[in-house]
Design a protein around this ligand. Structure first.
Ligand code: PXG
Length: 291
């Protein structure tokens, strides 16, 4: 059976799903999105993803084309129709077709484009979880938050793509992005944590995307009595950390054992990282919207 995607209220074959070349999502990256995961017919943190999508939309004055409840149903229906038990879901809302000018008002309100793709997830190789990632710092700095707020999960990902390219040039699967003033913010598609003397730290969630996986890790740490704090982190703090790991919907929790040729801790996934990963996996098995 060919995959079906949800597009503007209908299900269509993925090869037949077409949007206008005048769509401002394409012309300007004017739109918002979410990446969501389903584990064994449970959609993880669906409500939080829909809330974040709505907040991103509000921040750019883009009205969701349907209610939160209808958005959730559309995600579930897409998963069911494609008979996917484990999947990655991409939910996208764009400004819709307009003219060649930037003015969002030229995209008729109510005609925003919405589509949902559900597919099998391309997992990171198992060896990354066992041995840890070796990553680098991107040369490209993170957009200044006064220019683009990192908590708007918009279709405008060029800043992250440039950083990703910096990583690719150095054969690195992810790249750390620094703020203009030299603080660690996050990676191109993942949040970052370090562990030092049994304490867990992540950069302030105002200078990076408030990751849903990151939020789950913070909740687990609180439950497990692992001391946690949001803190400004410099690269030197990462180099000297006992443990480092990344979090994201796609990656879950992935250990980092080398950054810019500095070995982190003992050079293998740390005890707290492994503990958090196990607890996270357990959470994804029982917490979610069933379909
Ligand atoms: N920071 C950024 C910049 C992200 O794009 C995360 C952190 C993690 O957030 P969640 O809520 O997923 O824990 C993301 C996640 C990919 C991919 O292919 C990932 C993301 C976006 C686009 C692609 O891995 N977002």
């Amino acid at each position: 059976m060919s995959r079906k995607v949800y597009l503007n209220g209908r299900f269509v074959d993925k090869d037949k799903a077409k949007i206008s070349i005048f769509d401002h999502g394409l012309l300007y990256g004017d739109g918002v999105f979410e990446g969501i995961r389903a584990y064994d017919r449970l959609v993880f943190k669906l409500g939080e993803h829909i809330d974040r999508l709505k907040r991103s939309g509000d921040a750019i004055m883009l009205k969701m084309p349907m209610s939160k409840r209808a958005l959730k149903k559309a995600v579930i229906d897409t998963l069911k129709l494609n008979r996917l038990d484990n999947a990655y879901v991409r939910l996208v809302v764009t400004r819709g077709p307009g003219d060649l000018g930037l003015d969002p008002r030229k995209c008729k309100s109510g005609s925003g484009t919405i589509f949902i793709i559900a597919d099998r997830i391309a997992l990171y190789p198992k060896k990354f979880y066992e041995n840890g990632l070796k990553i680098v710092t991107a040369k490209t700095r993170k957009n200044y938050i006064g220019a683009i707020n990192p908590n708007i999960k918009s279709l405008n990902y060029l800043n992250n793509i440039l950083a990703k390219i910096d990583g690719i040039k150095k054969n690195s699967p992810e790249a750390i992005m620094l703020t203009y003033d030299g603080y660690v913010s996050e990676c191109t598609g993942d949040n970052i944590f370090i562990v030092k003397r049994g304490r867990l730290f992540t950069p302030p969630r105002t200078i990076s995307l408030k990751g849903i996986t990151q939020g789950a890790v913070i909740a687990i740490a609180s439950r497990e009595k692992i001391p946690f704090k949001e803190k400004n982190i410099r690269l030197g703090d990462i180099y000297k950390a006992d443990e480092c790991f990344l979090t994201g919907t796609a990656a879950k929790i992935i250990p980092v054992t080398k950054v810019d040729n500095h070995t982190i801790g003992a050079g293998k996934p740390g005890a707290i990282t492994r503990r958090l990963l196990l607890a996270y996996q357990e959470l994804t098995r029982r917490d979610g919207v069933r379909y």
